[in-house]
Ligand binder design. Structure first.
Ligand code: AMP
Length: 205
């Protein structure tokens, strides 16, 4: 089963991706995680990505498509969960040329809550676990693996506005794109992570 996870920044894609990956034994491909890895390693791709990510803009398609092609090759083009890709129609069309997507899950969240969710988000440097700061007993320790939690540079308030604008202009049209292809399912992302995952299990069967 090949799945794409859609949703605005802060909709809970990363949180649900970890659950889906584990439950359905799918290989999780997060373009954001790949870029962050490159940034930590200070590779050429990482230095280029940093320039766009800091501003809340999309990394150019040419670069993004290359890293996704490599990631898909590594998983033999099957049984994967794409998280954060595609992010515009051009990326979706290119993806369609390489693989067949069985289901696209759109996590729908009220836009009024997104800014608070993103600005309060803390992420683990090591295992990718993310949660809201209000849920952490110790704001700098990951409750899952004990490593350091940090705030992503693009989760700061000044960048969030532009990420949400980019989402509305470039990514939201994908909902229509996949609906027309008959592969879109929508889940309500306003509940707890457990409730949202229960809905996802229902639509995936
Ligand atoms: P994410 O972790 O998915 O929120 O991604 C963090 C940032 O990485 C985004 O705001 C973009 O700057 C960049 N990025 C991630 N995925 C893509 C993509 N498919 N196309 C272009 N840029 C991306």
């Amino acid at each position: 089963m090949n799945i794409v996870l859609l949703g605005a920044p802060g909709a809970g894609k990363g949180t649900q991706a970890l659950r889906i990956e584990e439950h359905y034994k799918l290989k999780h491909i997060s373009t954001g995680d790949i870029f962050r890895h490159h940034m930590r390693q200070q590779t050429e791709v990482g230095n280029l990505a940093r320039y766009y990510i800091k501003k809340g803009q999309l990394v150019p398609d040419e670069v993004t498509l290359k890293i996704v092609s490599l990631a898909l090759e590594e998983v033999n083009y099957s049984d994967f969960l794409l998280d954060g890709f595609p992010r515009n129609i051009n990326q979706a069309e290119k993806l369609d040329e390489i693989v067949k997507i069985d289901k696209v899950i759109d996590i729908a969240v009220d836009h009024a809550v997104l800014t608070d969710r993103i600005c309060g988000r803390r992420s683990c440097v090591e295992c990718g676990y993310t949660t809201h700061i209000s849920m952490l007993e110790n704001a700098s320790v990951c409750p899952r693996c004990g490593c350091d939690m940090y705030q992503r540079m693009d989760d700061m308030e000044e960048t969030v506005k532009s990420r949400l604008e980019v989402y509305a202009a470039q990514t939201a049209p994908l909902i229509d794109y996949y609906e027309k292809k008959g592969v879109l399912v929508r889940v309500d992302g306003m509940g707890t992570p457990e409730e949202v995952f229960a809905e996802i299990r229902k639509v995936l069967g």
